[in-house]
Design a protein around this ligand. Structure first.
Ligand code: PLP
Length: 387
């Protein structure tokens, strides 16, 4: 069977060979528990854990003491939002987020609402960009936390985090950012961004699934986050439970590749997505791109051919691994909340296809994918407008 051309790098990425190799010793002889430091096996695990923490920290411009390991970005988002808001309850009861956030953020905020917090969900412009004036107006004296993602997982649109951080800090609110899609795709510097809490996950950056991190600028001591789990002293008591040494070793190895791979990966993905878009526009002049094309993650496209349902198109493209709307929602009948926030109606959203180019996408993949689209479009829309 021919390998499908993988164009779904926002859903997950293939494991880097370097990450796989780094995990193997921890699956075999290095099975020590990093908390069991009474013997050499445990001490080696503890040392490996702290070395991994250092590498992950440096990938986001942080220090070792500013990073705790979690099971992934969903947990990191929940820990940041529930943990910070609950801890700051005495200071205020208001949280601000945005309509295009990942479900992990929106659903954690909905939980806060059930606990009596007030939650403001900011709308975006039709290009997916958040107007910072709106953010500024939404923050009041009771706002303890703002949560805004870095790059959007569906439409790739970027938020101006440094601008948001400045507005949050002026009013004494913390800024959390889900930077899952930015890790490895954009330079990330916690200090420069001024973000207080940052969520990342390994499997969107060529590491393994089931491991991620929450990063706190200035460390966790000062924040006193309310933990989600109870049961041990690991990860500064913020996230108890024996660490996933296997996954963490893979996560760190994937992060160690970022300094040398980020620029060439981003440049190639950017070029490939532009070339691909130009090819599609040549056969479908009515193609609509969702979200701003400039303020966007490199390698992301989210588009529709008006009147052509994504399902019908994807059935004609079995050799391509693509997502219709958001991957988290395919299988569900609900249209994407992100596309709805851009003002798309259900019918338009049903036509949306997300394409994500990544490190392993070759120019030949792009050529073949474009040729497949051209053929499918000719078959499905024989009378469609041509450029
Ligand atoms: C994938 C993703 C998540 C969820 O990450 P997991 O590690 O799979 O829990 C959260 N936020 C964004 C923006 C994502 O793209």
């Amino acid at each position: 069977m021919h390998r499908a051309i993988y164009l779904d790098h926002h859903a997950t990425t293939p494991l880097a060979p370097e990450a796989r190799a780094a995990m193997l010793p921890f699956l075999d002889e290095e099975y020590g528990n990093p908390s069991s430091t009474g013997h050499e096996l445990g001490r080696r695990a503890a040392r490996a854990l702290e070395e991994a923490r250092e590498v992950v920290a440096s990938a986001v411009g942080a220090r070792r003491g500013e990073v705790i390991f979690t099971s992934g970005a969903t947990e990191s988002d929940n820990l940041a939002i529930l943990g910070a808001a609950r801890a700051l309850r005495g200071r205020g009861d208001h949280v601000v987020t945005c309509a295009t956030e990942h479900r992990a953020v929106l659903d954690a905020c909905a939980q806060l609402e059930r606990e009596g917090f007030r939650v403001t969900v900011l709308p975006v412009e039709s290009n997916g960009v958040l107007d910072l004036e709106r953010l500024e107006r939404a923050i009041d004296d009771h706002t303890v936390l703002v949560s805004l993602m870095h790059g959007n997982n569906e439409i790739g649109v970027l938020h101006d985090l440094a601008g948001a951080a400045e507005r949050c800090h002026r009013r004494g609110a913390l800024l959390h950012s889900d930077a899952t899609q930015a890790l490895g795709r954009l330079p990330l510097d916690l200090q420069a961004l001024g973000v207080d809490l940052l969520s990342i996950t390994a499997h969107k950056a060529y590491g393994p699934k089931g491991v991620g991190a929450l990063v706190a600028r200035g460390g966790f001591e000062a924040l006193q986050l309310a933990p989600l789990f109870h049961g041990g002293g690991q990860e500064g008591r913020v996230r108890p439970g024996t660490q996933n040494t296997i996954g963490i070793a893979g996560f760190a190895a994937a992060c160690a590749l970022i300094p040398s791979r980020l620029a060439p990966d981003a440049a190639r993905a950017q070029r490939q997505s532009r070339e691909f878009l130009a090819r599609l526009r040549a056969v479908a002049a009515d193609l609509v791109v969702h979200g701003d094309l400039e303020r966007r993650l490199p390698g992301n496209l989210n588009l529709r051919f008006p009147g052509l349902a994504a399902r019908a198109l994807m059935e004609r493209l079995p050799e391509l691994a693509l997502s219709a709307g958001a991957a988290c929602h395919s299988g569900s009948a609900h249209p994407s909340h992100v596309l709805a926030a851009l003002g798309l109606d259900a019918e338009q959203a049903r036509c949306a296809v997300r394409i994500g180019f990544g490190r392993t996408t070759t120019d030949d993949d792009v050529e073949r994918a474009a040729a497949s689209f051209e053929r499918a479009l000719r078959e499905l829309r024989p009378r469609a407008t041509r450029a």
